[in-house]
Every structure is written in C-alpha cells, then in structure tokens.
Unconditional design. Structure first.
Length: 251
C-alpha cells in the first residue's frame, strides 16, 4: 500500500549524503529553528521561500512530510507507534518523510533499542532527525547510526540555577540543599534541563581527569544523572526529585 502525500522537489546540501538519520545537539530552541529551516529548504519548490503554503505548514509543524514527536517527560514505547505505523506504508520514488524526535536524549534504553534498526535501515524515503541537548545522554548505538552535528548556543542561563553548585562543587550540606529547595520554584521541565547541564559538566570533567579518584567521582556522578534522566520527576514532585538525587549523589 502506498501513501501519496509525502513529496519532495530537490535535496539541499545538508541531506546530500542521503543518510537516513541525523543527530543535532544544542538548545532545543535553536534545534527547532534549524530543523524548520532545513525542512523548508528541503521541501519548498523555491528552496525555503518562507512564504508558500509548504513553508508555512512546516513552520507550524503541520506539514504531512514532517512528523514531530515530543515526550511528556521521557519517551515511552507507545510514543514510537506513530513511527512504525507510518513506515508500514511505502513511499513512491522521490517521496520523503521525516520523523523529528525532540528531546531525543529522553529516549532511554528501551526506546533507544527499539529504534536502532529503523535508524539504520528505514524503508526508502524515510528519515530521522534526532534533536538532543546532550549527546552523552543517548545510547552510543544510537549516536553511531546518526550523522551528528553540534549547534552551539551563546548562553547557558539554567547553569546559574542555585541547585547547580550542589552537584558540581561537592556541596554535601543537606540543610543548605533543603533551604535552597524551599526557596526554589524549579519545575519538572527545568529539572530535566538542569540534569542535562550537569551531565555535560561531568562529561567535560571526566575528559580532563587524570587521577583515579577524580575519574571514579565523575563516573559515579554520570551514573546518578543518567539514572535521573531515565526516571524524571512526576508532576509536582520536582523538589522530592532533587532531594533523592542529592542522597544518591553523595551516598
């Protein structure tokens, strides 16, 4: 059975390799903007005019050839059903369809493994764009199947959150943490953004580490943070989430 709706005029340079999977890393705002721009260049009859119905639909994330996925907190297996159901339909020659996975660093182990074969060998005409804040949170097997590119951002405001120092400067004072949490209004989404920033900090520190003690510390911190990505805070439980992470971090 063939769907007739996914059409394409000409490939732009970014997709010239015809690789089925791309991984773009940076802030989600910049990644969304890049994705929209690249898809407009890809599908627009005049290479991204920004004014035609195709460009407008892509901007509003309503274009039939670009299917956007976004998890509530972390991806669940059922969130991927749209991908497999859509790929059950074959595409005609020169037809293309993109799956854009926002917050791909929230895929987790089960969902990541479920996607591996599709990322490597999707049906003809299907492509994946994975948008992630940090590559380190993704399974190495996922990364190895993608063409990766960093989209650098100029600022990093979440790193200035008062909780940041408790997990980067070895502040082990639980009373100070309690006081900071009491004054904080951190949300579940902000919590996961901060976890990603902390993950980046410890990966960077690990790369620079030479002593066995520091390497062990870094690996422990990374294990705690990756576990936190797997089990994000439930609605209304951000402060409990950080208390538990603190206890796990310094046990």
């Amino acid at each position: 059975m063939v769907k007739q709706q996914h059409t394409l005029k000409k490939q732009p340079p970014v997709f010239a390799s015809k690789h089925p999977a791309y991984l773009w890393i940076g802030s989600m705002e910049q990644l969304n903007a890049k994705t929209i721009g690249e898809l407009q260049d890809f599908f627009c009859p005049t290479k991204g005019c920004k004014k035609c119905i195709t460009c407008i639909q892509i901007l509003n994330k309503q274009f039939h050839g670009a299917i956007w996925l976004k998890p509530e907190k972390k991806y669940k297996l059922q969130d991927l059903n749209t991908i497999f159901e859509t790929m059950a339909f074959g595409l005609e020659d020169n037809q293309h369809c993109f799956f854009i996975l926002q917050y791909a660093d929230y895929l987790g182990t089960s969902c990541g493994n479920k996607l591996l074969k599709s990322l490597e060998e999707p049906p003809e005409g299907y492509h994946f764009i994975l948008l992630a804040q940090h590559k380190e949170a993704l399974l190495p097997t996922i990364v190895s199947r993608c063409v990766a590119q960093y989209i650098h951002e100029k600022t990093n405001p979440i790193a200035q959150h008062p909780l940041y120092s408790f997990f980067t400067e070895q502040q082990k004072d639980p009373i100070a943490l309690q006081t900071t949490l009491f004054a904080s209004k951190i949300t579940e989404v902000e919590s996961m953004q901060l976890v990603n920033q902390l993950l980046q900090f410890w990966v960077s520190k690990l790369k620079k580490s030479k002593s066995e003690k520091t390497i062990t510390l870094c690996n422990h911190a990374l294990a705690c943070l990756r576990y936190a990505l797997e089990y994000p805070p439930m609605p209304g439980s951000a402060k409990i989430f950080w208390k538990n992470l603190f206890l796990h971090f310094y046990k």
